[in-house]
Design a protein around this ligand. Structure first.
Ligand code: ZN
Length: 298
C-alpha cells in the first residue's frame, strides 16, 4: 500500500525543525475554557478576559503591578532555610531546597521589598506558591518579621500578599513558631499605628490563615480565592456533613464576615492607594502650620 508507506527515502524532519505551535503561546482558562493568547492574558494581569477568573501569579508579577515603574528594593534576597531536623521525605530537605531554588529561581516562599506605590512609600511581602506550595518555614517568618521592622523603622504601611498551603512540613515545630513571631511583630506595628493590609490570594490556608493573613487592619482578597484553615475534605470527614456550595471561596468568607472586601486584580493598585490615603495621617503643609503665638505680656 504505497499511500501509507514512504516510498522516497530521506524525508525526515529533525525534531527541532518541526513546525508546531510553540508552548505557552495560548492560554486556556481553567474555569470557562476560553482560549486567549498568552500575551493578551498577561496584559490583562493574568485574569480571564471572559469570566474574570484570577489565575495564580507570583511575587514578580505582584511587584510589577504594585510598585511604581516596577522599581523596588528587595530585602534579605538570598536568605535560605537550614535543615534543623535533618528532615527526609522522598528526598532530604537540603536537596529539595536546592532543586526548588534551581527550578523557580526563588530562594524561599516569600519576597520582601520596599518602594513607592502611587507615590506613597510602602513595604510589601509577597508569597510564592511555586516554592514548595508557598509553605511557611523559618525563612518566611524571619523575612516577614524583618519587613515589618523595616515598615516600623521607616514609618511606612505594610502590605502582606499571602498565597500558601500552610506550614512547611520539613521544618515542623519551627514553622509553627513563625505564626507567633509574625503575629507579635504585627502587634508592634499596630502599637505604632501603622496600617497593615493583608491581601489573601488563591489559596491561603493553614497556619498562614491562622496567623498573619487574618490579622490585617483590612483583610481583603482576590475574587474566587480559596481561603480556609483545614481543607474541605478534612472538615467533611470531621463533621460528617456535606459542605455548602462555594465553601471557602473568598465570596463565602466575605459573606460570613471574615473579609472587608474583595478586589479585582486590575483595580488592586488604585484601591490600595485610596485605602492608604484614608488611613495615613495627613501631613500638614508647611504654610498651613499654625504660627507660634506671640506671648503677650501682661
Ligand atoms: Zn474564563
Amino acid at each position: 500500500m504505497p499511500w501509507f508507506k514512504r516510498v522516497e527515502k530521506g524525508i525526515i524532519t529533525p525534531t527541532e525543525e518541526k513546525k508546531e505551535t510553540p508552548d505557552g503561546l495560548w492560554y486556556k482558562c481553567p474555569s470557562c475554557k476560553t482560549v486567549t493568547s498568552t500575551a493578551e492574558h498577561r496584559k490583562n494581569l493574568s485574569t480571564c478576559v471572559k469570566c474574570n477568573y484570577h489565575d495564580r501569579i507570583g511575587s514578580k508579577e505582584y511587584f510589577a503591578i504594585l510598585f511604581d515603574d516596577n522599581k523596588f528594593v528587595e530585602m534579605d534576597e538570598k536568605m535560605t532555610s537550614g535543615d534543623p531536623l535533618n528532615f527526609v521525605d522522598s528526598k532530604p530537605y537540603p536537596q529539595r531546597t536546592a532543586a526548588t531554588q534551581k527550578a523557580t529561581g526563588l530562594h524561599d516562599a516569600v519576597r520582601t521589598a520596599y518602594g513607592k506605590m502611587n507615590g506613597q512609600d510602602i513595604t510589601i511581602a509577597c508569597m510564592d506558591f511555586a516554592y514548595i506550595g508557598g509553605s511557611m518555614g523559618s525563612v518566611v517568618g524571619e523575612k516577614i518579621a524583618r519587613a515589618i521592622d523595616h515598615a516600623r523603622k521607616t514609618r511606612t504601611p505594610f502590605l502582606m500578599i499571602s498565597k500558601s498551603g500552610g506550614a512547611r512540613m520539613m521544618e515542623a515545630g519551627f514553622s509553627l513558631m513563625q505564626m507567633a513571631k509574625t503575629s507579635a511583630k504585627l502587634a508592634l506595628l499596630a502599637e505604632e499605628k501603622l496600617p497593615y493590609i493583608s491581601l489573601l490570594t488563591d489559596p491561603t490556608t493553614g497556619g498562614v490563615t491562622a496567623s498573619y493573613a487574618m490579622l490585617g487592619d483590612f483583610n481583603i482578597a482576590e475574587p474566587g480565592a480559596l481561603i480556609g484553615f483545614a481543607g474541605p475534605r478534612v472538615i467533611k470527614e470531621t463533621i460528617g456533613k456535606d459542605l455548602p456550595k462555594g465553601f471557602q471561596s473568598a465570596e463565602f468568607v466575605l459573606e460570613h464576615g471574615f473579609l472587608d472586601f474583595i478586589v479585582d486584580r486590575k483595580e488592586l493598585k488604585g484601591k490600595l492607594a485610596d485605602l492608604l490615603q484614608m488611613l495615613l495621617p495627613k501631613e500638614t503643609p508647611a504654610e498651613a502650620k499654625p504660627k507660634p503665638r506671640k506671648t503677650q505680656k501682661a
